[in-house]
Design a protein around this ligand. Structure first.
Ligand SMILES: *[C@@H]1O[C@H](CO)[C@@H](O)[C@H](O)[C@H]1NC(C)=O
Ligand SMILES: *[C@@H]1O[C@H](CO)[C@@H](O)[C@H](O)[C@H]1NC(C)=O
Ligand SMILES: *[C@@H]1O[C@H](CO)[C@@H](O)[C@H](O)[C@H]1NC(C)=O
Ligand SMILES: *[C@@H]1O[C@H](CO)[C@@H](O)[C@H](O)[C@H]1NC(C)=O
Length: 362
């Protein structure tokens, strides 16, 4: 749930498409299909991402009401899963319902933490997703495709208003990002705050070149509409968001996710979401410590094999401080690299790869 809910369920998509010869019973297939169709319709940006283009004229509805409806719908699907599951006997059916149930309960369990209030950060949000993802994934082949993109751009102000409402609700509830996750957002938004629409990254990327079969009239009409929607809708919306993020949004003081309300439980939930494990952060960290110890023991063996009676740390210090391990001239350095490239790496490539590029390494 730390990721946009749109990312749930890729796997189910694959399952519900039937997989390799997997035949589901009709009730299970219907439930998977209904769920998938709902996902596409409910999250049109996700639909675009998976190559389903019927909802390309819309953006995701990020209103509070939409999130509540989404939760209710997920409960409804869960009810259907729980009704169907006890009647199933086929392995494929049982597995599919288990996976769907897990996805649904993950959404429900995560919902209470309201992490959708964290609607923007340096890596995610409309200011980074719109051009690089959502619009880039849309086909632009026909005039209708362009009109679809223009319609989607018309929806930017509505979504921006919803984002500001989510961020504000987060400030009220102390569910906010840390400054380190937000510090690039204002400058990312500034890329859209241009004087003329032709300077907009949206215009430059999507409305400056057209398929060769478009008539000059097609192009002129699309460009006129693009300029209008960018000037009248997109730029003002991004200005508003920029002002909100720069002047009003309050970042959280502590960096740890546990500093959010109900933070320990939230952290456990995030682990469950990402790792699929019911483990505490301490247990997960211990896995890391154990791995470091295991690898270090292997390194230690090598140190002994080389005839040194010292710790790996001391061995490492020794190597780093031994002038014999350093090149002294530029020519030596280059020859050393040439040796590695041509005498060590090149002969080893066919041992690992089947299709070897014929170009020489330069
Ligand atoms: C948010 O944090 C402030 C300061 O710690 C506190 O006074 C306030 O009660 C908190 N609000 C909520 C809704 O938890
Ligand atoms: C390795 O060094 C330790 C002291 O650091 C010493 O007690 C031990 O006898 C040494 N082992 C060998 C094989 O030299
Ligand atoms: C590592 O080096 C330090 C001094 O540089 C020495 O005191 C220590 O005994 C060494 N330990 C091992 C295990 O080699
Ligand atoms: C590296 O390989 C080249 C032939 O490709 C050979 O002439 C050269 O002597 C080798 N260098 C070393 C250091 O083995």
């Amino acid at each position: 749930m730390y990721i946009k809910p749109a990312h749930i369920i890729l796997m189910l998509a694959a399952l519900s498409q039937g997989g390799k010869g997997a035949q589901l019973s009709p009730d299970v297939q219907t439930l998977c299909d209904d769920f998938w169709q709902w996902r596409l319709q409910d999250m049109p940006e996700f639909a675009t991402f998976v190559g389903f283009h019927a909802y390309n004229d819309r953006l995701d509805d990020l209103s509070m009401e939409a999130y509540e409806n989404r939760l209710n719908k997920v409960y409804e699907f869960l009810g259907r899963v729980d009704f169907l599951a006890p009647t199933l006997t086929e392995h494929e059916d049982i597995v599919n319902m288990k996976v769907l149930r897990d996805e649904l309960t993950t959404f429900i369990e995560g919902y209470q933490y309201k992490n959708f209030y964290l609607a923007l950060n340096n890596k995610e949000g409309i200011q980074v997703d719109l051009v690089a993802r959502t619009l880039s994934w849309m086909p632009l082949v026909t005039v209708a495709d362009y009109n679809t993109m223009l319609a989607r751009l018309q929806a930017v102000p509505t979504q921006v208003t919803q984002i500001i409402q989510l961020l504000s609700a987060g400030v009220e509830a102390n569910i906010t990002n840390h400054e380190l996750s937000m510090n690039k957002v204002p400058s990312q938004l500034e890329e859209f705050l241009v004087i003329t629409p032709e300077e907009s990254p949206i215009y430059k990327q999507f409305f400056s070149e057209f398929p060769a079969n478009f008539t000059p009239d097609d192009v002129a009409a699309i460009q006129a509409s693009a300029k209008a929607v960018i000037s009248d809708s997109v730029i003002p919306a991004f200005e508003e968001l920029h002002a909100y993020v720069s002047l009003q949004y309050v970042t959280r003081p502590d960096i740890a996710i546990t500093s959010l309300p109900n933070g320990q439980a939230l952290y456990a939930q995030i682990i469950k979401f990402h790792a699929g494990l019911e483990k505490t952060p301490e247990e997960i960290q211990q896995v890391g410590f154990n791995e470091v110890a295991r690898i270090e023991a292997l390194m230690q063996e090598i140190v002994y094999e080389l005839g040194y009676n010292m710790s790996t740390q001391n061995f490492s210090n020794m190597i780093l401080n031994d002038p014999a391990n350093f090149y002294t001239t530029e020519e030596d350095l280059l020859n050393g690299f040439r040796y590695v490239v041509y005498n060590v790496t090149t002969p080893a490539v066919p041992l690992i790869f089947k299709n070897i590029p014929s170009a020489e390494i330069m």
